[in-house]
Design a protein around this ligand. Structure first.
Ligand code: DX5
Ligand code: ZN
Length: 226
């Protein structure tokens, strides 16, 4: 099973409920919410109030990606707002393991992530504590950036790390995922796929964007020509 998680960062916020409903009807699995604080990343986006609005708009799990300094200060507010999963950056936590344990104690699924420049071994000690490892495939901050193919070896390393643990945690990728590259990223070992622009900027709308990604992810590969 593969998870498709549309990121609402590229949704039309004047119609957020409809956009989320379209994703859900088209078969999205989770809704990804990108929280940015203007410090850990230059951009500033949404807080618990938007998570609470998403919680009222859908029954899908809310996959909340915290691109914030010292996320331990905010996890309770996001848990109360209805987050299902809370993913924190190794670069942003003073005490990563304590933060992951606090997320679990609040009733959310803990996840850990790292920037493209951060080596994968920075999260090795956290593997037993997480339900999700997110490998960033762009520098976090904005939607609509090009997929960084040089992150594919890191996806493979994360796959090996999870299999060796062993851990059944999701291996999520985020950034520049499209119908063109999603299959290649799956083959590197990813099991959960975030996409903002490929869903919400699809010319036929978000539902068509979800369906196109699903077809590219799971569709039968054409038979090899003889
Ligand atoms: C990047 C965010 C991503 C972003 C993905 O900082 O974490 O979730 O919304 O956007 P696309 O899919 O357009 O690269
Ligand atoms: Zn994200």
């Amino acid at each position: 099973m593969y998870i498709l998680a549309p990121s609402i960062l590229s949704a039309d916020f004047t119609r957020l409920g409809e956009e989320i409903a379209a994703c859900e009807a088209a078969g999205a699995d989770w809704i990804h919410v990108d929280v940015m604080d203007g410090h850990f990343v230059p951009n500033l986006t949404m807080g618990p109030f938007i998570v609470e609005a998403c919680r009222r708009a859908t029954r899908l799990p809310l996959d909340v990606h915290l691109m914030v300094e010292r996320p331990e200060r905010l996890i309770e507010a996001f848990a109360r707002a209805g987050a299902s999963r809370l993913t924190v950056h190794v670069e942003a936590c003073a005490d990563l393991n304590a933060t992951l344990q606090a997320i679990a104690a609040l009733g959310c699924q803990p996840g850990v992530t790292l920037n493209p420049a951060t080596p994968i071994d920075r999260l090795a000690a956290a593997i037993p504590l997480v339900d999700l490892v997110l490998v960033m495939t762009v520098h976090p901050g904005y939607s609509g950036q090009a997929f960084m193919a040089e992150t594919l070896p890191k996806v493979r390393q994360a796959r090996q790390m999870l299999d060796a643990a062993p851990s059944s945690a999701w291996l999520e990728v985020d950034g520049g995922i499209s119908a063109v590259n999603i299959r290649q990223v799956r083959e590197a070992g990813a099991t959960a796929f975030v996409a903002a622009s490929a869903v919400f900027n699809h010319p036929e709308g978000a539902a068509a964007g979800v369906r196109a990604l699903r077809a590219a992810l799971e569709g039968k590969t054409p038979p090899a020509a003889n």
